[in-house]
Ligand binder design. Sequence first.
Ligand SMILES: [Zn+2]
Length: 357
Amino acid sequence: MQSQHFCLIFLLCAWRSLAGHASWEQPVDNSTMLHHDKRYFTVGIPGQGTANSIGENSQPWPNAKIRYCFADDEAETELNDHVISGMQLWYEHGLNENVFKMVKIGRTECMGDRANHLVVSYNGQGHLGSSVGKIVANPPDQPGPSMMLSTLDSVGMLDVRANVAHEIGHAWGLLHEHQRPNLWSAFNYFTGSSQYYDAFLFTCQNMRDYQAKLAEHGQGVMDNACKLRSAAEAIDFSAKEYLPILARGVFREPDFITSPDAVDWDSLMLYASGCGGAGVASPGNDQRAPVLQRRDGTALSPIVLKTQPSVMDVAALSALYAEAERSMSDMTLLMDPKHPKNSRFRDLFKSSSGRCL
Ligand SMILES: [Zn+2]
């Protein structure tokens, strides 16, 4: 039966949704971004509790539509074309442009309803960051969904379009691939850690802000901050963008990872080795010290710079929004060709099927 096949694929897709967020990246706003319960791999589905959710504070955008504006005229001038181009990159790599929409609206309307709109700000210092999904504005603690962009090509992936697309991936609901806890066993986060694939060598001391934080906090604090994300977060140290996000039972991924095949090495949401590292870089000339390297047994190799979303990145978003849409509508009704949303539902399904495993 087609409907059974349909459900099975959905479940597989949902279970394989990936992570997706960078140390060149910085919190958009401390009150929004410093709480690690905002940062799991994909945002949750409304009404589905915590089994596969990061909670009610961060959700997919209703109807797969991000309504956004720029924070000021300078941001609009500097970033308008980059945001369009970054979203276009997702479309070029398979995200369904009939379904996923970023719609720019007027600033007055946008600011007048912060809870429901993304505000994009500009800086010239290379700071990048984004809320993950549609966070719930709860003034004064949370200002609403936000994105911070720079057009420097000496940070992140050394490619402005790719950097913007990475942040857009967060805005849609992806977290970092490398922050999936099942990919880390080095620090024995869970009992039976030998079952987990030890995917990375993480060289904390190579991070750009390591020496400054060491001078400020001392060795003991830094030893912890290099191992435990919450400790890094507590001192606003960029290791928080690398270390695994711990909350077992809330992830859309297999429990046990035993091979490098389980890692999406092509993900735009996976940091390249130089990302956040001390040293200078420009396109084609990355002199940054490696922070995160790929580990295969005893062999180490660099994680390369990315210029585009991966197949799995697109699959993860397609599955997330298909599931979100499904959860908000009756499945049987949606499967009915006469249902007004039937063709849209099939579009979502089409873009996620066959790409999940
Ligand atoms: Zn990121």
